[in-house]
Design a protein around this ligand. Structure first.
Ligand code: FAD
Length: 408
């Protein structure tokens, strides 16, 4: 058994096998078509959803798998190993579920979670705007109270699953300052909601993360998540507790694929009458990729399993995203050096892995933001941790168990 598998239960191992078989049999044959057409893949995320994998962390009472965060990591990792666009689509809707699990009223949870768990509904989280990005509080979209409704106006960009979602979790301004943001569940077919035409990006072909426009969209007040003013915490908690580990898992899957492709090439390529790995310096570079991958997986699994054990672990989640995103990009470059000209060929997958790895730098916070947040934790400047298991309104407070305070 691989040492990292000591983190995993029999259920995790079975799940990994199941997802890997699905990815190789169902997803892999579609990748070349997506790369060629650069079009949005609508069906594969639905097929994944129908297997229940969007609902990895939804409790069984609401029809979910109740399998936890490490299981979610494995699902996204295995899909991303074969196709990061599908991994990204799946994680985006798992991320969209977070706010309903943490902030939804019983009625909202009964309405949405079973549908999501059954694969009948793909949710998003729509926070980013052209003018804000890392500066979440700089957003301009608004919701104005009008009787029993709110009226939403604004444009959200880079919304994961923009084109295929059924319900958007939109964070907008209802007032001023950091307590002036609120979150709403808005059905994708509500009058006034439109998605801008698809603009292909450098990579992740098949995944849509485009612009969603809200023009005088009427949303009943009972579709607000949490209280007025909870929007910032809903955005931040979704990003820390789900966004960071989910994107760690996308990078991890791509990183694993990079190592496999590099190793295969090192055996296949003959240079100076012997396999490439026998050439000076090549083994060293392969070792560097392997080292980064082992460290990356360790941080991803450790952070996800800390969440499953209900430990406070914001720094571990942030670090996992930082380390996974950065090290997959570094390994893609090292692999490119090993394959040299062959790495540029589109008939090999390495150039796709490099392009896809670059996409994970920005979402759920760029690496600059991750190190900033880590510094705030180290300096004692952060005001609390979103990984607190009972974080959210009306859930009371739990006894906090900081990860750092555990006996060695
Ligand atoms: C694949 C993908 C999926 C996404 N999915 C979603 C989604 O589902 N929902 C959603 O709402 N958004 C989504 N996003 C948007 C994502 O959250 C933003 O890209 C991210 O917040 C960064 O914003 P930005 O790209 O506008 O960069 P900017 O904020 O414009 O940053 C520009 C540069 O400034 C640096 N910088 C910014 N602030 C600081 C600081 N305080 N200190 C030091 N440096 C700083 C950044 O690191 C970066 O180098 C997605 C993005 C991508 C690429």
């Amino acid at each position: 058994m691989h040492v990292l598998e000591s983190f995993l239960t029999e259920e995790h191992l079975r799940l990994r096998e199941e997802v890997r078989a699905f990815a190789e049999e169902v997803v892999a044959p579609r990748v070349a078509g997506l790369e060629a057409s650069r079009s949005i893949e609508r069906e594969l995320p639905r097929e994944v959803a129908r297997r229940g994998w969007i609902g990895a962390t939804i409790d069984t009472e609401h029809g979910g798998m109740g399998a936890g965060h490490l299981a979610k990591t494995i699902i996204v990792e295995e899909l991303s190993r074969v196709c990061a666009a599908v991994g990204a689509a799946v994680q985006a809707s798992q991320l969209g579920t977070a706010k309903i699990i943490r902030y939804g009223t019983e009625e909202q949870q009964r309405r949405w979670l079973p549908k999501i768990a059954a694969g009948e509904c793909l949710p998003t989280i729509a926070v980013t705007e052209d003018g804000s990005g890392s500066h979440v509080l700089g957003m301009r979209a608004t919701a104005r109270r009008d009787g029993d409704d709110y009226v939403l106006n604004g444009i959200k960009c880079f919304v994961g699953n923009s084109d295929i979602a059924d319900v958007h979790g939109v964070v907008v301004r209802t007032g001023s300052g950091s307590r002036g943001l609120s979150a709403f569940l808005v059905e994708a077919d509500a009058p006034g909601v439109t998605v801008s035409p698809h603009e292909p990006t450098l990579g992740l072909h098949g995944f849509s993360f485009g612009e969603v426009r809200f023009e005088d969209v009427r949303v009943p007040a009972h579709c607000r998540l949490g209280a007025e003013g909870d929007g910032r915490d809903i955005a931040y908690s979704s990003s820390i507790v789900y966004g960071r580990p989910n994107l760690s898992a996308v990078s991890l899957g791509v990183h694993q694929a990079i190592l496999e492709e590099t190793v295969a090439y090192c055996h296949e390529r003959q240079l100076y009458g012997k396999p490439l790995y026998e050439t000076d310096g090549i083994k060293h570079k392969v070792g560097q990729i392997q080292s980064r991958l082992l460290t990356a997986r360790l941080t991803a699994y450790y952070a996800a399993s800390a969440l499953d054990r209900e430990l406070l672990c914001d720094p571990e989640l942030i670090n996992a995203k930082y380390l996974n995103a950065e090290s997959a990009i570094d390994s893609a470059r090292t692999a490119m050096e090993i394959l040299a000209a062959a790495g540029l060929r589109t008939k090999r997958p390495l150039e796709r892995y490099l392009r896809d790895a670059l996409h994970i730098f920005a979402p759920a916070g760029t690496s600059d933001i991750q190190v900033l947040r880590l510094a705030e934790h180290a300096l004692g400047l952060s005001k609390g941790q979103y990984s607190q298991p009972t974080y959210g309104p009306a859930r009371g407070t739990a006894a906090l168990r900081p990860l750092q305070a555990l006996p060695a």
